[in-house]
Design a protein around this ligand. Sequence first.
Ligand code: PTT
Ligand code: SF4
Length: 610
Amino acid sequence: MKGWNGRLLRIDLTRGKTAFQEYTGDLAQRFMGGRGLAVKLLWDELKPGTAPLGPGNMLIFATGPLTGFALPNSGKMVVASKSPLTGGYGDGNLGTHASVNLRRSGIDAIVVTGSAEKPSYILVEDSKAEIRDASALWGLDAFRAERELKEAHGRAAGVALIGPAGEKQVRFATVVSQEGRAGGRPGMGAVMGSKNLKALVLRGTRDLAAAEPGRLRELGREGYQAILEKENYGFWKRQGTMATVEWCQEHSTLPTHNFREGVFDEADAISGTAMEGMVTTQRGCPNCNMTCGNVIEDSEGRESELDYENVTMLGSDIGLGDLREVATLNRMCDELGLDTISAGSVIAFAMESAEKGLLDLDIGWSDFEAARDLLTDVAHRRDAGELLGLGVRAAAEKMGDGASDWAIHVKGLECSAYDCHLCPGMALSFGTSPIGAHHKDAWVISWEVSTGRRTEYNPEKADKVIEFQRIRGGMFESIGTCRFPWIELGFELGWYPRFFEAATGVKTSLDEMYALGDRVYALMRALWVREFGGRWSRRMDHPPRRWFDEPTTKGPLKGSHLDRERYDALLQAYYDRRGWDDRGIPTRATMDRLNLSAEVAQLERYVKLN
Ligand code: PTT
Ligand code: SF4
């Protein structure tokens, strides 16, 4: 196989064993890499019903066939597992030198099982892999621990690790890298912590073998140049994802006060324009010439790398309009290893619960000091942090008294930063995202707003969600590159089959990549159904109750809310187009069409297929 290394590294932490394993071209071609490879490994090897934080769970770090080549934005890898936050399939995407080093060690993915007796880290240096003692690193924040590991193993090493929140198994703990990259929203950091695994340290020095090295070099050069020439490049470099704050405010979709509203009175103070005057430096992922990590000094004089999601969930959603204070909360999340989106949602949930007299905590909207203390308590699972560290769904269920009404999540994963009171298409995207309410698979909101959101429940919206899920959730998650060149600058999708062919020698087309996306989607859905069995229902594909039942009270679109019946009809249109039945489960014919016939027998042990 060219392009792929064709090798996995398996680590059994209980037995203290490491082993390299070759895998076949058939697996590579059917599931490509990244998310595709991860979901297939979980399907084949994870025992159904496994406790997410038990030694039986698998934690997978999977690159794609383009990761590490000198191609635009090729520094990504997927970290996947059964999620302790949702109980279903979970993953996240991390841009880091660890991905490139992994590939240059001659490996495509690392599969970790078991649980170490004492704190450990995994060191991979080309074809050498060992499990080392991490006792001295346990308890350190993610920035400090990464620095120590780089001191020990050299600046060239790539590190992916957890902070104290992962160690304490906070359900939305994430995996962190490079002091400002983070991936694995649905608790992949908690799974790492449950395995007593502090870090992966990777050093790879091999050249990656491409099928057509000369052509790949040339395509890479042309691709980078095309990105530089894109019209929006200058603006992107100035604001990155932060431009979305102004856009969301303008269109009443900025999450505010725990998603009660879509506009925030102090939006200007936390906008991309406000940030522009504060930026001290920029950071980013490897192999990228459009780096988007804008760093500012936070209210404590330390560096913090901002992104739209982080700033709104830790800003407008908790009523905080001071960008430097927001930056402090953001930096704390990276150090502690907490997902910013869920952390912001948990703080907002706590603020609303305290306001309603259901939580005995001295915390009000926009209270920075209280939010800062709560974040620390959540990361260490103490006081109110013990309960809130379970995420909003579980915390609300334990609290009772109607608290679930303002727990903003889908399938247990807190919603990312788009208020959907008047965006049924985006609500469908959250509802059908394969990991819970994350925007990464189908960010249809900008299309929806620009094409007249008042034609609200048009089935065309289901088509758009599927189209984006194929491209973003299928192709980009499996190929190993960042999607921003395409989505933000208009770098044409046609580049990717060309990159893929030069790397692997396998001729392909966008249609074939989309078919891969559909296959991966069907298998992720099958995993959910296998885990939930009789508890599975189409209601799990519904967005939070608040967007249906509590109209907004502010802004030009005040009074907006979703309609439950019409949403459900849109969901049915989505199922019909996917070839899923009215429970939201792929039919036998769909499984066959997607080359998943071999997986049917196992699925039928848990649910009868139509
Ligand atoms: C991603 C989610 C996002 S999506 C953001 S901001 W975004 C939040 N970032 C966090 C953070 O930072 N620190 C932290 N402690 N928690 C965080 N949680 C949130 O996590 C990220 C970029 C971004 S910034 C986005 S959209 C794009 N995502 C891509 C993707 O998913 N796939 C892909 N092929 N390319 C992508 N490119 C962009 O990458 P999750 P990163 Mg992230 C600090 O992890 O779990 O997928 O959730 O990876 O390397 O930081 O790059 O407005
Ligand atoms: Fe990473 Fe941003 Fe570059 Fe994408 S555009 S590869 S997220 S730095």
